[in-house]
Design a protein around this ligand. Sequence first.
Ligand code: CO
Ligand code: CO
Length: 316
Amino acid sequence: MQLVPDPNLIVGMERAEDAGVYKLSDDLAVIQTLDFFTPIVDDPYIFGQVAAANALSDVYAMGGKPLTAMNIVCFPVKTMDMSILREILTGGLAKLHEAGVTLVGGHSVEDKELKYGLSITGVAHPQKVILNTGARVGDRLILTKQLGTGIINTALKGGVADEVAVSKAVKCMVTLNDKASELMLTVDVHACTDVTGFGLLGHACEMIEGTDVGMVIYSSQVPFFPEVKELSEMGMIPGGLHRNREFRISMVEISPEIPLFMVDVLFDPQTSGGLLISVPGAEAEPLLDRMHKEGIEEAAIIGEVVAEPKGRIVVK
Ligand code: CO
Ligand code: CO
């Protein structure tokens, strides 16, 4: 596929980025993103909320301000009650409202399998867009949400997840990354991504791939839902987790004393996961304190950016 060069394109197809960014003027860039998927929870209203929080997240990860949204709907009109779709759209709209984002339209098609998501348009200053690359030696890495939603969602589908675990995962997935994004912009943030389908290590690999820095992740500092230990040991492993590990394992060195379930957690595909933020070492603790004070309770410093090994991640 031959891409046509455009001088106003800031982030396009050639990068493994969270969203596309296009310069409109010297002080305004538009950020565009799109995400939709099949239900991950049974409750249609919650599914709508999760889908919206997830779609908005890519704009927050880039330090942008989301403005407008469009719904994307695939719905089995012949076999499913329309009230389900209404609930999903109402859940999505509630999240958009919370985010201060205006719904401007959408499109629906008939499909055997229900899918919902949104396309979000946001804005940022062209020079202040946060990319997923740019982490520097000496940075520390902050993760703002717990891991394990993929394992819990798999256990839910398998009928073995307990209510407490599911409600914790839901609370995590419907939480907007708006506050985390706002707070990271108050420091000299070098790089950021949101942790979604590739899992923590998959997205961390994207941050350093082809760069001259590496990362150390301290697994004991990584926040996760305690229930996922038992669930992963029961075999509640999402298919994407294996794919994530196979895809990135050559870039990662995992110390042998790390328990197997923790390796699963680190590769677990997340829905509407937290931000993974690379900030100068001296700014990490104060930023973390502010996050905790502002209600982002699970945020933690989970690692650092190092000179060696270049382009690799060591998990200790
Ligand atoms: Co993303
Ligand atoms: Co996305």
